[in-house]
Design a protein. Structure first.
Lengths: 345, 324
């Protein structure tokens, strides 16, 4: 799917939180674009800033201890500068979000349908009966069996997968153009994960819903994403189409991430490779490239921060932040892969 | 659902009977081992002769075995024929006389302390960590630390006796003069409420702060609800569950005797004060009756709290209730 007019255009988004130990720069200059009808996956490990990026777009990280800069254009609004009231009119309405833990994301004391009705009535002047009708329709559309009856259930009477479906129904209640899904499958059983991903893919295809998918699960990315942004320690280190990222990764962190997957189409390694070391503390990040301390190929120049930009003439939309000579990367990557295969048990 | 509720009620009724039985036996036995507790000696006057004492023993049945005395006492209690050893007044009648006074005090104070606790708890949770929150915290701790008898006595002396703003003590029937009823109760209500306001506002503050970090509150914001609605419908609604539980229990306890100090300080002549007087005279029948009365209210309110809890939080089921 080709990128049309970007629905969401984030430029140099930075978020830092004041804590007792100092300022934590959770997001450090993130830029990304999401076209209408596209699925963009933001991948990274815990603490890479992917969730903070998503929540900042929704205005959910605002607070006295947060400093937010950069811009995020969504439709005709600039989200970073928007007032709380402007943002409130957009979220849940034009832009909706679902969260990691569906178990705790619904209010336990209200019936599921009532929680959807509440959202509809927050943005539209419709009567209770009409809103309820719509809620039941939505629950039915996301695959809740016997929706008419289950609408009056409380969240604790739903299974995890049903709760996530209910969250999705709620998010879709006002037909938003953008759905932000923050680790939507992480807390679910594997079979349920597949169903939820299938549902999201179906919504993307049939309703042309744009999805910003935040996940650490590369398998989920492969299922659904059009494009992928790989985040590490607050920055995007590589950005490209699904095929570019999976078949021709340019950044050593991305290689490491992909090598740590078991793949049915590759020789089986003695033991699953891992990237040595730990992600850096964002209180005192390393100078230059944040991945430098863990990178086997780091050299002098890595003390400067590489820009996120295209580095090869034949792939103008494939961006990365790495000083390594593009021509040498494939060779280094394949050497790394061989080493991983030969690693003793 | 309704048959579940009936099963629950029957279960609770049975356990209430057990509690009342246990409480009555314990009180009865304690009374019989307290030094100088022999009612015949105390009833016989200042310098009694042995024959007078014996006569009283026989007349009142104090020479019977303990279990017979207990059985007679309980039978009289439930038929309403118990009289005080010393004033010879009908005990149940006295309790009925004191009940409106105790209820006036308890209901008014409970409403006041809940209203103030919600306002202060919400206020200090919203300003957590700031100067105004600290001021409220200090005030709450002062409130919790002040004993009712001390605070009540100070109020009665300064605001009542010295300044003459409120009547220093006493009670006026609501039916006689509603304004005087209210005016006489202002100080007792305040004195009794202060401790609860301090305690409840602290509990509510921490419940609210905890609830604000819940995922469903984030969902509520993500839905685009107004901050006011997020706060009232989602944060406060969930934070109130534990405090309403506490409220029911404390209300039962206040009726059942916890207002004893307030009633005495302000001479309200309620059930608590009646109990205090009876204890001072080691007068068993009123003590038995008031204790049973107190235990009855405490058990009743425990049950009501359980029902309210299940109504407020759909995840809670009453014991014995089958799943839906």
């Amino acid at each position: 799917m080709s990128a049309r007019d970007p629905l969401l255009a984030v430029r140099d988004l930075a978020v830092s939180f004041n804590t007792e130990e100092g300022a934590v720069r959770a997001v450090d200059g993130v830029s990304l674009e999401l076209g209408a009808g596209e699925v963009l996956a933001v991948v990274g490990e815990s603490g890479s800033g992917k969730s903070v990026t998503a929540m900042t777009l929704m205005g959910l990280t605002r607070g006295p201890n947060a400093a937010i800069s950069g811009t995020a254009g969504f439709e005709d609004t600039e989200l970073v500068a928007a007032s709380d009231a402007e943002l409130r009119a957009i979220r849940g309405n034009r832009m909706a979000m679902i969260f990691q833990d569906p178990m705790s994301s619904l209010d336990p004391v209200y019936r599921v349908a009532d929680q959807i009705v509440e959202q509809i009535q927050a943005h539209r002047d419709v009567g209770a009966a009409e809103a309820r009708e719509r809620a039941i329709e939505l629950l039915d559309a996301v695959g809740i069996p016997d929706a008419e009856k289950r609408a009056d259930s409380y969240p604790h009477e739903f299974s995890g997968g049903m709760r996530q479906r209910a969250m999705i129904a709620m998010a879709l209640s006002l037909e938003p153009s953008l759905l932000i899904a923050d680790e939507p499958t992480t807390a679910l059983d594997v079979t349920v994960q597949a169903q939820i991903i299938e549902l999201l893919r179906d919504l993307n295809r049939r309703r042309d819903l744009s999805i910003l998918l935040i996940t650490h699960d590369i398998g989920v990315v492969a299922e659904i994403a059009d494009r992928v942004a790989v985040m590490y320690a607050g920055r995007i280190v590589e950005y490209g189409t699904l095929d570019e990222i999976f078949y021709d990764p340019q950044h050593p962190y991305t290689w490491g991430l992909l090598a740590s997957l078991t793949r049915i189409d590759r020789p089986r390694p003695q033991r699953l490779p891992q990237i040595p070391g730990m992600p850096p503390s964002l209180l005192a990040p390393p100078q230059g490239c944040h991945f430098r301390p863990r990178c086997a190929h780091a050299f002098d120049r890595c003390l400067e921060v590489p820009a996120l930009e295209p580095r090869r003439a034949d792939a103008p939309a494939h961006l990365d932040r790495c000083w390594l000579e593009p021509a040498r990367r494939r060779e280094l990557r394949e050497a790394d892969a061989r080493d991983a295969l030969e690693q003793p048990r | 659902m309704s048959s579940d509720l009936a099963r629950f009620a029957i279960r609770r009724l049975l356990s209430m009977l057990a509690v009342l039985f246990a409480v009555s036996v314990v009180v009865f036995l304690i009374f019989n081992v307290v030094p100088n507790g022999d009612p015949a000696v105390r009833m016989a006057g200042k310098i009694p002769t042995e024959t007078q004492i014996e006569a009283i023993r026989e007349e009142w049945g104090f020479d019977e075995p303990l279990y017979v005395q207990y059985a007679t006492m309980m039978k009289n209690l439930f038929t309403g024929e118990t009289v005080s050893y010393f004033t010879q007044q009908d005990v149940v009648e006295e309790i009925w006389k004191g009940l409106p006074r105790t209820l006036s005090l308890a209901v008014g104070a409970a409403l006041i302390w809940m209203a103030f606790a919600i306002a202060l708890g919400l206020y200090s949770a919203l300003r957590a960590g700031r100067f105004s929150d600290r001021v409220v915290t200090v005030l709450a701790l002062i409130g919790i630390s002040m004993p009712v008898f001390w605070l009540g006595a100070l109020m009665s002396y300064y605001l009542g006796y010295k300044a003459g703003i409120f009547p220093a003590s006493g009670y006026v029937e609501f039916s006689d003069d509603p304004f005087q009823w209210f005016w006489h109760l202002v100080m007792p209500w305040t004195a009794l409420s202060i401790l609860f306001i301090g305690f409840y506002s602290r509990v509510l503050r921490s419940d609210i702060l905890e609830t604000m970090g819940e995922d469903y509150v984030r969902t509520a914001r993500a839905k685009g609800l107004s901050e006011r609605r997020v706060l009232l419908k989602h944060v406060l609604r969930n934070s109130l569950i534990p405090i309403i539980t506490l409220w029911g229990l404390d209300f039962g306890a206040v009726i059942g005797g916890a207002a004893i100090l307030t009633e005495t300080v302000f001479n309200l002549q309620g059930v608590g004060q009646y109990a205090a007087d009876a204890i001072g005279q080691l007068d068993l029948p009123p003590i038995m009756a008031v204790t049973m009365f107190g235990a009855f209210f405490i058990v009743i309110f425990n049950t009501l709290v359980d029902i309210a809890y299940a109504a407020l939080d759909p995840r809670i089921r009453l014991e014995g209730e089958t799943s839906r």
